[in-house]
Design a protein around this ligand. Sequence first.
Ligand code: NAD
Length: 515
Amino acid sequence: MALLKPVDGPGELHGRRKLEVFNPATLEKNGEIVVATASGVQQAVTAARAAQESWAALGFGERSRLMLKVRDALIGGVDSLIEVICNDTGKPRIEVLAGEVSGSCEALTFYARHARRLLGSRRERRHPLESVKLVRSYGPMGVVGAITPWNFPLLLSVAPTVQALMAGNAVVLKPSEVTPFVGLALEEVFRAAEVPEGVFQVVSGDASTGAALVQSGCDMISFAGSARTGRAVAEACAQRLIPYALELTGKNPMILCEDADLERASRYAVSGAFANSGQICTSIERVYVVEKVAQPFVDRVVALTRRLRQGPETLGEIDVGSLTLPDQLDVLERHVKDAIDKGARALTGGRRNPAYEGYFYEPTVLVDVDDSMQVMHEETFGPMLPIQVVKDEDEALQLVGGDSYALQVSLWTRSGYRARQLADRVPVGRVTVNDVSSSHSMFASPVVGIKQSGIDRGNAESGLKRYTRVQSVLQPRFPFRGDGLSYPYGSGALRAHERMLRVFYRSPIGRLLGK
Ligand code: NAD
């Protein structure tokens, strides 16, 4: 059964389409959404543009106050919000609270508190003899279109939104069609916090709505999702010559050296691979373990995995929820079949969970895997942990170095020196050492997906700045002529420039001037 079903009949009236949306864990109907048309998207962008200027004029202090009010409204309605997220995604309640809600509160707080410091205009410190003074300021882009995925429908909508809003932009959000009610619930939260009308709006819909948003006259697109869609978004933005930020697919390895703390590593491998049913862009998608410690590591991982409780949230205490997107079942089945056909063994799972009708796939540990298998290169985005034995960490780095995705690597060694040396050799956006996620300083540390994992920096100062246009204001510092090139040229000016070239770059005075 599909998660989304087009509604025939009256839904088609006036060219409007409707979609029925189902709970992936129970297959019960969550409700219906009307897919926003291109003209509906256009209206939202026009309203956003009308609201943006006065929003920017409020200044950091008032915008910050309102973002903290959004956080308070979010916490005030947390129970119903959690229910909406559980129903849309099939996640356990604890994961919604710890990942989605806490992460969103952290984002709102971090950017509300730090935007002024990170984005305020500043006069550059210059050499005392420099002839020009420079003030650099960060102004809003205007209207930002944010297109977001279903795996963290709240957090990945709040994070770009608060960054763009704190930078003075208005935002039109297009949440995933798979989790549309989370987007609508977020719109309610903003309304409850009395954020001025038009500043933050949600347009519900599918790929067609996302494509319409890119074409709608937004000044920038912020996108998180698959590399395939990211490429289409980039092409459409390039046609319009507007900037975009892409946060895309990962295939994140964990590398265990022989001095790794195996007890901690096995615990984190299991939670890193199976949390959110493996549907995290930074999930552990594969492990490379050196042969000397491979067997005890695998034994621990298998024992921990066998203890995991899987089921719908309604059962009470569970560890692993359902998949959110049924398509992931096909990917899991294809990856397992390919691996087993080539000689791998599933020590746990390796099949759909027969106890439920919803989209549950059992947490799966695969061994005897090798580099020829799809599961070691393509994103699985499901509860899958393939473990490959390698001679040493050099072999692991060699296998990782050829990847087309490069989002995050998790390194395990007790030696800080070795960790830093290995980190220098992995060309990825983020390295975690003896940990699998960066949740402790999620917004304070930039994340940069490289290769097919993304374009542009997210989070922290660089994340905020991507929602701005930088403006340099240059002004002469000394009230005399002749420091630049102006008419009439004449031979005197020519000689002066020849002298300057020599003085600046070939003399001790030049070094004194910092040239
Ligand atoms: P997706 O690419 O299918 O969809 C993402 C969003 O794009 C949805 O809202 C969708 O409606 C919209 N969309 C689809 N086609 C479009 C088009 N042509 N133009 C504009 N918008 C369009 O991704 P998904 O399945 O929702 O998310 C899963 C993927 O996202 C995984 O690959 C995961 O690794 C990745 N992801 C990456 C990050 C990160 O920060 N790097 C975070 C979360 C998810």
